[in-house]
Each structure stands twice: as C-alpha cells, then as structure tokens.
Design a binder for this molecule. Sequence first.
Ligand code: GLU
Length: 488
Amino acid sequence: MSQKEVRVRIAPSPTGDPHVGTAYVALFNYAFARRHGGKFILRIEDTDRARSTTASEEAIIRALRWLGLDWDEGPDKGGPHGPYRQSERGTIYREHAEMLIERGHAYRCFCTPERLAELRGEQQKAKASKMGYDGKCRSLSPEEADERGRGGESFTVRLKMPQEGETVLLDGLRGEIRIPNEQSDDQVLLKSDGMPTYHLANVVDDHLMGISHVIRAEEWISSAPKHLRLYEAFGWEPATFLHLPLLRNNDKNKSKISKRRNPVSLDYYRDTGIIPEAMVNFLALMGWSYGEDQEKFSLEQMVERFDLKEGSVSLSGPVFDLDKLSWLNGLYMRELSDEGLVDALMGWRVNRDYLLRLAPLVRDRIQRFDEFLPLISYCFSGDIDYTPVAALLLPKKRKGGETGKMLERLLDKLDAMPAFEVSAMEETFRLFCEGEEWSTREVFMTVRVGLTGRKASPGLFETMEVIGRELTRRRLRLAANFLKQYKG
Ligand code: GLU
C-alpha cells in the first residue's frame, strides 16, 4: 500500500430506510480506516432533491451510531473538508463543471427532455446495441454553446467520454477489470437546474475530501469508467477503487438482497431485538473471515486482522441468512449476565416509554392488570405463525393468491407513506379501499390477523403505529407469502 494517509468514506443517499447494505459497506470502510490509522468520513449524498429527506438522513445516522460505527468527520461533526452534505456544496460543483467545459472535457447540451425521450424510444424499438445519449451537442462549437447558454436556453453539462477503446479499472479486490468505452455515454454532470449528478459530486468530493480508497458496492463498477475519466479530465490522481460484493437473498437464484425477500432496514433488526454487536459481527462475515473458523468476534478483533487486498474478500455474493443472524445473536445473548439481559431488554421495548404507547390501546379493554400483556403480546413478539389462523386471514369466498396480491398492493402503498402515523394510515387505507374491489371489512380483517394473529385487537392503525413500520411490513409480507401458497 502507498504511504498516503488512509481516508475512506461512506456516502449514503438519504432517500429511504437505513439499509443493511449501507451498514455493510460502512463497516468495511470503518475497519479499513481503523486498521490503517486513517480517517472514516460520513458524507451525505443528497443531490437528488426530490427523493432526499431529512428524516432519512437522521435515520441513517441513528442506525450507524446504533451499530457503533463512529466516523471522524461528517455533517454532524464537521471537519476540515466540509460541508459534508452535498446539497450545501452546489457552488463547488458548478465551478468544477465550468472548469471542465473550459478545458474542453465537457460541453453544454441543449437537447430537450422530449428529444431525449424520443431518442430512448427509438433506441428501444431498434433494440440498439448502444443505448444512451447520441452525442448531438458534442459537436457544437464552444462559441455557439456559450452564446446559447448566455441567451438563457436551458442546458445540461455532459462529460466527453472516449468513444472507442476500453477503460482499465484496477480494482483493489478484483484485479484488472476491462470495460469497453462504448458502454458509457456522455454522462450528464450538471442538470439543467444547476444541481450536479451523483457522478460529478461524488468524484469532486472524493478528491477534495482527500479520499484515498473508494470502498463501495459492486453495483458501482459500471460507473467507474466515468469516474476515472473525471479524475483524468481534472488532472487528479484517482483514488484506489475496491468494490465489495452485493449481499444476496438466501434463495435459489441468490438474487440481490431486496425488501421483498428480506427486511433490509436496520430498524427492523433493532426492533426485533438484535444486539448491535451481533449485527456488526454478522455483517463482517459477509465475504470476510476472521480465520480459524471463528465466527464470533468483536469489532476490535476484526479491526486487528482486517485488510482489503485481492483475495481477502470472497466475491461470490455473501448470503444474508436471517437464521444465521439469529444464531449469532443467541451467542451474544448468552454472554449477558441476568442484569445485562434485563438492561438490554429495557433498552429495547420492555420500558416505560413503550408501555406508555401501549396503555391507550389497552386500557378500556381490560379489567385487571393480568390481562394487559396477554392482550398485546404481539407487540413484543416476532414473526407470526399463520397456520392456526388461516381461516381468519383469508376472507370468505376469496382465494389465497388474490388475497396475497391484494396485501402486496397495500404494502406498496404503506411503503410510500413518508411518516408511519395513524392519520396518514387512515387516509392510505381509505384511498386503497376505494380503488379496490375489496370491501373495507375484508381488507381490515386480513390486515388485523396478519399483524396480530388474532381476530380482535385494539385499533388497527394505532397498533400499526405502535409496532412500527418495520414489523408491520415484515408481518404483512409474510402473511402475503403465506396466503399465496395457501391451499385452503
Ligand atoms: N451515494 C451513493 C450510494 O448511495 C454512493 C456510492 C459510492 O460510494 O460511490 O450508494
């Protein structure tokens, strides 16, 4: 390894739940930085203004903290290379795009969204081997482009990519990867509203923040030629790239991990009582091994032995196996003293705050304290076995398949809700039932049984709000799967 200071980063886009994939990449970056006495940086890539939310940023930060993956510089901590939120760095990107235009490595493109849509349509129809922008504005003279830009015509800025030959990426984990240049079109760097795209902002920031190693997921390999081209156009020395394997579902095709198969939000694991140290240990096993067949080890132990070089990470697609996670969590649980276990449970859901949320749901339905916990035991439990309640889950005269699909459509609607609150849920359900051939009674019963395993429960929306988005999502997904296979 070269002598330069190790500086690595995790660069999540705050557009959804705190994803296990983010935690996985963060962990490997963290361990690499700590192992080499370097710095680990958190950068928020929120240039997609329509999809980025503060709530998502907060959730990501909370989840990474929960795991104990602390960073040295970041939007909450500051540091010498801030701001660490891309939405606050607009001027930097515009100046850099301008620099590339001046040097002849980028150009203004005046093609309208309509023309681009038409082009895409034609390429799809002709099943063209090369999709993407056809380079029309590349041939405009700089003078003409300047003049049209000054005249107020709307434009984007595109990177001039080489049209022939290949780009050789020297990946620190994978060795040489050769990618034909014809696979990369002239990437938009700056959108017509002056906001940068991921590619420009990412490379400019990696350089300005002194990032020495870009450790990220495999899905970015195809973007690497554009990134290397950007480094070259700016005249900068590129970082070393290392692309980690994607996490896979535990199924036959080993498909890329997805929320249809596995819960992907870290909040789900927190809410189901996974110990953060066990989660970190589990993620560490995704492609890396401690050695000597030892599967249980701490973050400190990992850091002591961790390194990233060719052969140190198995690239075949680590499987995200929930049973294995539970097994590992069990090992951590058994190490806790009775006191430690009680403290952990109180940190989880057995505490005053959670009981206070349950009280209003239950108080009018019971006469004695001893009815309290049995009535809402599903607020403390995990997956539900639907076999004994199948006849309740499935509305009369309905088939399992159609009911499962209905639940999946509802899940899509629930996923789209920004805040998981009673009033928003009421509205979502109302609109959903209006647009469906299902009666409110049928939908409610299936959801109630899917969520609680029971025919009667406190208010449905209140229950959903209390058990939270993650458990709601998980149970309704399992109920949908159960129904789709149910031959009743
Ligand atoms: N913002 C990108 C993401 O969400 C970062 C990819 C990278 O690390 O370059 O994954």
